[in-house]
Design a protein around this ligand. Structure first.
Ligand SMILES: *[C@@H]1O[C@H](CO)[C@@H](O)[C@H](O)[C@H]1NC(C)=O
Ligand SMILES: *[C@@H]1O[C@H](CO)[C@@H](O)[C@H](O)[C@H]1NC(C)=O
Ligand SMILES: *[C@@H]1O[C@H](CO)[C@@H](O)[C@H](O)[C@H]1NC(C)=O
Ligand SMILES: *[C@@H]1O[C@H](CO)[C@@H](O)[C@H](O)[C@H]1NC(C)=O
Ligand SMILES: *[C@@H]1O[C@H](CO)[C@@H](O)[C@H](O)[C@H]1NC(C)=O
Ligand SMILES: *[C@@H]1O[C@H](CO)[C@@H](O)[C@H](O)[C@H]1NC(C)=O
Ligand SMILES: *[C@@H]1O[C@H](CO)[C@@H](O)[C@H](O)[C@H]1NC(C)=O
Ligand SMILES: *[C@@H]1O[C@H](CO)[C@@H](O)[C@H](O)[C@H]1NC(C)=O
Length: 577
């Protein structure tokens, strides 16, 4: 009934507290000490500072078109989380109408920035404002933005004809036998072939939110196609969402395997919405897998659990991540994850909030710096501020410390064995496997398993690490530190892989070209390192899963939505988010 669980999983159990299965005891402060009222005050003050810094076009001077779009989303999200309509008039009367005078359909086709995600950020803001204020004008805005995205997203007809009006090259029909339908181009340049997770993720969330608001199968179909594209073409065997793939016929499906938090964050947000519409278990499993990989990732955080990513453009500048925290907040407020992941999710968001409040600001300035580990900055930046706002707003819905208090058993109190155990293996481990471990796990079993497994693992590791991986591992202290975890987590992921991930493991690394070399940086290097491991230790051969049957799922989602019988002008009543 249960898949084979490597002893590492049972071992992992021993180092965990009872409060959450993944939450690591090394995470920096995961408890909310401030009251909800105080959190609302902090987030509201930070929004107000950002608002006060907008120029006469309600933009941040010198920053990309997408940044104010993110802020407008946050204003609506803040009002939803705090049960207010504080920003309703500003958004209704000023920001959105003015943005439309600057760019048709909120598109980002002019000037120097031409990215799909920038334009679609206004669509997200509009559909969130619609959820907050129920004013139909916001639904119209969201629809306009959706049409902008539609032109740069591959439809079945584009893929089968090999042509799209948006681009001047021949479109790739399929990669690894799976259609390219559902991928959104990175930008509007006619010759740029990149279909990326950032654009597709924005398209996914907007389509899903529009589907939720309207029950229109057109949006639901688009959302499911985007989900299927991300799943089939960009998710790797570790459930990380990779950066991009070429949509040009002659590029042999060339893939950029860079791993960034926002890519997982957007997919999490879209899946959380689709799951809360449908209650579909397959979608929830996918959500759980990506979320679990994200909050235990070593690609963008150290053992303190605070998101500190290099970012594609600024490898030296560590920063938090708006889209990851926003996606996790959606999963949390919608209660879309498996119940046992919910505590971990809550703690992870709390860790981000506490870091932002403690380390990224100072002197009650309500100005937040880029790095959530500090130092704070006295200089306002629209990007830095909106990034921090994701954590400030996300924390409003969390429970406080007295509400979350549960008795925990410290590792040192349970077994002397665990001290040596936790020094050799990270406490992060597979959630599903951990439950199973909890069922079967007694300390006697743990002790026996540890002994056998440690011995076996030493043996395996000594064989597995090829000479070519040696220099990579020893080249930096960080990679050296994460190597044992990478290997351990790999064993778990593959050992308990679903049919789907098993299939991806078989095909992905053998047919995709290496990532775009010019984009390589720390995160890319880590993901390549992991790919090496995956290739060395291939999973058991499994049957190819059928792709999610779009029409059937749309029909099912639609039926469910119709069954709710709410008015078109109302957002779905049962979801607080
Ligand atoms: C925590 O939440 C509980 C229940 O909502 C409330 O009674 C208590 O005052 C809160 N504690 C703090 C410190 O805000
Ligand atoms: C908003 O309302 C919900 C449901 O009534 C409640 O649970 C939540 O605590 C409220 N939030 C605030 C910030 O008042
Ligand atoms: C703008 O949105 C409208 C729907 O409101 C759509 O008909 C039109 O095609 C869109 N135009 C562009 C350029 O996306
Ligand atoms: C793709 O490659 C084929 C064969 O190499 C060539 O004939 C064709 O013109 C190329 N198409 C494009 C759009 O570059
Ligand atoms: C969830 O979606 C999958 C894939 O479309 C489908 O096979 C399954 O029947 C759905 N589950 C439920 C409970 O409707
Ligand atoms: C979340 O959903 C689970 C079912 O998956 C339910 O048991 C639980 O009560 C829900 N929690 C909240 C806070 O709504
Ligand atoms: C963002 O914050 C960092 C430090 O936290 C600061 O150096 C930088 O000037 C700020 N502004 C921008 C645009 O990055
Ligand atoms: C906080 O105030 C101190 C003392 O005036 C000053 O030195 C420091 O630069 C301020 N920090 C920020 C981030 O503004």
């Amino acid at each position: 009934m249960f898949p084979f669980i490597p002893p590492v999983v049972v071992l992992g159990l021993a180092t965990l507290s009872l409060g959450g299965q993944l939450a690591s005891s090394s995470w920096r402060n995961s408890q909310i000490a401030l009251s909800q009222e105080e959190r609302v005050g902090i987030a509201g003050a930070a929004v107000d500072v950002a608002v006060s810094m907008l120029n006469k076009d309600y933009q941040f001077g010198g920053l990309a078109w997408g940044v104010p779009g993110d802020l407008y989303s946050q204003m609506a999200d803040f009002d939803i989380a705090s049960n207010q309509t504080k920003y309703k008039d500003t958004l209704t009367q000023l920001y959105f109408p003015h943005a439309l005078t600057l760019r048709a359909n909120f598109s980002d086709e002019f000037v120097s920035h031409i990215r799909l995600d920038y334009g679609l950020s206004y669509g997200h803001a509009a559909i969130r404002a619609y959820a907050a204020y129920k004013d139909p004008v916001f639904l119209e805005y969201a629809v306009q933005s959706w049409w902008f995205g539609r032109s740069y997203t591959l439809a079945d007809a584009d893929v089968s004809s090999g042509k799209t009006e948006a681009k001047e090259f021949t479109i790739e029909e399929q990669c690894q036998g799976i259609s390219m339908t559902g991928g959104t181009f990175h930008n509007t340049l006619p010759n740029d072939p990149e279909l990326n997770a950032l654009s597709t993720g924005h398209w996914f969330t907007l389509s899903a939110l529009l589907g939720e608001a309207t029950s229109d199968p057109m949006y639901l179909t688009a959302a499911i196609q985007a989900q299927n594209f991300l799943y089939a073409h960009l998710m790797n065997v570790l459930n990380q969402v990779q950066d991009s793939i070429s949509g040009r016929a002659n590029d042999s499906c060339s893939l950029s395997n860079i791993i960034e938090p926002y890519n997982s964050g957007l997919m999490i947000e879209g899946l959380a919405v689709l799951y809360s519409i449908s209650g579909n278990a397959t979608i929830q499993t996918l959500l759980n897998d990506i979320l679990e990989a994200a909050i235990s990732s070593t690609s963008w955080q150290g053992s303190n659990g605070v998101i500190a990513t290099g970012g594609c453009q600024k490898p030296v500048h560590k920063t938090g991540d708006l889209n990851l925290v926003r996606g996790l907040t959606a999963a949390y407020t919608r209660n879309a994850t498996a119940p046992d992941l919910r505590d971990d999710l809550e703690k992870y968001i709390a860790v981000q909030f506490n870091a932002v409040v403690d380390l990224a600001t100072e002197n009650n300035s309500n100005i937040y710096g880029a790095s959530w580990l500090g130092p704070p900055s006295s200089v306002f930046s629209g990007t830095n501020q909106t990034t921090a706002l994701s954590a400030l707003i996300g924390a409003i819905s969390l429970r406080n410390a007295s509400e979350t208090a549960v008795p925990t058993i410290q590792p040192s109190q349970t077994s002397p064995l665990q001290t040596s155990a936790s020094s050799s293996v990270s406490s992060h481990s597979s959630r599903k496997a951990t439950i199973i471990g909890a069922i079967i796990g007694s300390l006697a079993i743990v002790a026996a398993a540890v002994g056998v497994w440690v011995a076996r693992r030493r043996w395996i590791l000594s064989r597995r690490i090829s000479p070519s991986m040696g220099p990579l591992n020893s080249s930096s202290p960080t990679t050296t530190a994460v190597t044992p975890f990478s290997n351990a987590s790999m064993s778990v992921s593959i050992g308990t892989a679903s049919k789907a991930t098993g299939r991806r493991a078989e095909t992905r690394y053998s047919t995709h070209k290496p990532g775009v070399a010019s984009m390589a940086h720390t995160a890319g290097a880590q993901s390549r390192q992991r790919s090496e491991v995956a290739r060395v230790d291939p999973p058991v051969q499994r049957a190819l899963p059928p792709p999610l049957p779009t029409e059937e799922l749309v029909r099912m989602l639609n039926e469910r939505l119709q069954g709710h019988q709410w008015n078109d002008g109302e957002a779905p009543p049962e979801y607080p988010d």
